[in-house]
Design a protein around this ligand. Structure first.
Ligand SMILES: NC(=O)c1ccc[n+]([C@@H]2O[C@H](COP(=O)([O-])OP(=O)(O)OC[C@H]3O[C@@H](n4cnc5c(N)ncnc54)[C@H](O)[C@@H]3O)[C@@H](O)[C@H]2O)c1
Ligand SMILES: [Zn+2]
Length: 479
């Protein structure tokens, strides 16, 4: 079974009226992939409507036609989002091709809701009689279940499933079910988090063969010495799974250990900070630090599953929650929706879905993923100049102010002020400017910035005059 839709088609299965067309188009937009509606494609190729084809040639001939179209679409190389017709999974061939070429998400809907929608639309030969409709629904459900790699009921759910991300309160208690496979599990846990949630996680892994490795809390975990100790302590073979339990530091370390140990073993991220749940654990970037800088050694290694339990945030210290809120405000500005106004559980789900979509669209950070750096060029410069004594959230909040001022976006500046209220920081101006020049995202000395002229419409790779960038940075620094 596929773990996610990375480099494969994302197929949506489900009964008529489940919303495959509408939600499929929305998912395709977010993943920046072409959208193919199988029924529309059949109609286009046949030059006739589904209703006409049913009447003209009968259901069996239509199913053959449908299977042939499904095969040719699924054989195309460019990963797409494909809305399957309600009956497409009846074909053995289509089911086999789906398993080989796609990650299939079952769009769940109640029988009654499906009937209201499908019968109301017209043009659906199998939605004419209500009793027959419900009978067909019951009959097909097992087939949908058999075909599905994951389930969803809305666009966020589709995107999360496509990235292998599971967000639910109490997820930690379901670890045994959520960590794929049956082999041994090595839990790499932040020592603080191990003390708070480690027992729950270990108990939840139930019958699995489990070993627990504590690593130092926070950034010190991302050190080569810690990584080497971990490499030496790991006992799993290729059938095992590494689980990273903690904030972004722990999941970055655990993910990089998984990327490198035995040339790569699967890993599962279980983020327990807000930063981890909306950002760090999603998207497959893993890294450790060198004395010369953060994240200088790393790799792309997508976790087979990200298990997000928002309930774990209840024990998170306030300052860590504030770090996360800076990323949440960034996310809201990029989405064009003030997600920060939502309850925390919804912030986590929407934030995680946003990050998942951007990373699926650009897994290797060659384009759209750049937008996630909004405010970070300035933020990193301030952090470096402060010798990393400055909390990342405050640095990013200040950095966003600079980027948004340069974008001329006053309402976004106001949102950052009212949500995060970042105060200028006392660091050496020359040191901050020099650090900016060393930023990984700088190309040949020219600052490339993420700007946001309009909410929800970021642009990246913007080259601005150095003097303007310098002035914007200086504005963030207190005398
Ligand atoms: N890979 C990526 O795409 C990515 C993205 C963003 C950030 N990051 C990395 O993430 C790191 C920052 O992660 P972070 O902000 O999660 O910090 P963190 O991992 O240092 O955790 C912060 C603190 O919170 C504690 N903690 C964690 N969960 C807790 C809980 N549930 N209850 C109580 N205490 C808890 C930890 O012990 C630690 O002291 C940085 O190293 C950054 O480079 C990576
Ligand atoms: Zn950040």
């Amino acid at each position: 079974m596929a773990a996610n839709a990375l480099n494969r088609h994302l197929a949506l299965a489900g009964f008529m009226g489940a919303g495959k067309t509408t939600l499929g188009a929305e998912a395709a937009r977010r993943l920046r992939r072409p959208f193919v509606d199988l029924d529309r494609e059949i109609e286009r190729l046949a030059g006739a409507t589904i209703e006409e084809l049913f009447a003209r040639e009968g259901e069996p001939a239509f199913r053959e036609r449908e299977a042939a179209s499904a095969s040719s679409i699924l054989d195309s190389a460019e990963p797409a989002v494909i809305a399957l017709g309600g009956g497409a999974v009846l074909s053995d061939t289509t089911r086999t091709t789906l398993a080989r070429r796609a990650f299939t998400v079952l769009l769940e809907v109640e029988s009654g809701v499906a009937w209201e929608r499908a019968s109301g639309e017209g043009g659906r030969p199998l939605a004419l009689d209500e009793q027959a409709f419900h009978a067909l629904f019951r009959e097909r459900l097992p087939l949908y279940e058999e075909t599905a790699d994951a389930h969803a009921h809305d666009a966020d759910g589709i995107v999360l499933a496509a990235a292998g991300v599971d967000v639910r309160i109490g997820a930690l208690e379901l670890l045994e079910e959520l960590v794929p496979g049956t082999g041994p599990v090595e839990v790499v846990a932040d020592a603080n988090v191990a003390g708070i949630h480690g027992v729950t996680a270990q108990l939840a892994l139930g019958s699995r063969d489990v070993a627990l490795h504590d690593v130092p809390p926070g950034e010190p975990a991302k050190a080569i010495a810690v990584l080497e100790r971990l490499w030496r302590a790991l006992r799993i073979g290729r059938d095992g799974t590494i689980v990273g339990l903690g904030g972004g530091c722990t999941t970055d370390l655990a993910g990089f250990a998984a990327a490198t140990y035995m040339r790569g073993v699967p890993w599962v991220a279980v983020p327990t900070t807000l930063v981890g749940q909306v950002d760090a654990a999603i998207g497959g970037k893993t890294a450790v630090d060198l004395p010369g800088g953060k994240n200088l050694v790393g790799s792309f290694h997508w976790p087979v599953r990200v298990v997000i339990d928002p309930a774990t945030l209840e024990t998170l210290p306030n300052e860590e929650l504030e770090n996360g809120m800076a990323e949440v405000v960034k996310t809201g500005l990029l989405m064009g929706t003030p997600v920060w106004e939502l309850p925390l559980v919804d912030i986590v789900r929407r934030g995680a879905a946003f990050k998942a979509a951007v990373c699926l669209a650009d897994p290797h950070d060659r384009g759209p993923r750049n937008q996630l750096n909004l405010g970070h060029t300035f933020g990193h410069a301030l952090e470096a100049a402060a010798g990393y004594e400055l909390p990342h959230g405050r640095a990013v909040a200040l950095g966003m102010l600079a980027a948004l001022r340069l974008s001329g976006n006053e309402s976004a500046v106001a949102a950052v002020r009212s949500q995060l209220d970042p105060k200028p920081v006392r660091v050496d101006r020359e040191a901050a400017w020099a650090a900016r020049a060393r930023d990984k995202k700088t190309v040949a000395g020219t600052p490339r910035l993420v700007l946001l002229q309009r909410w929800g419409e970021p642009t990246w790779g913007n080259e601005l005059p150095a003097a303007d960038v310098r002035a914007a940075l200086d504005d963030l620094i207190a005398d």
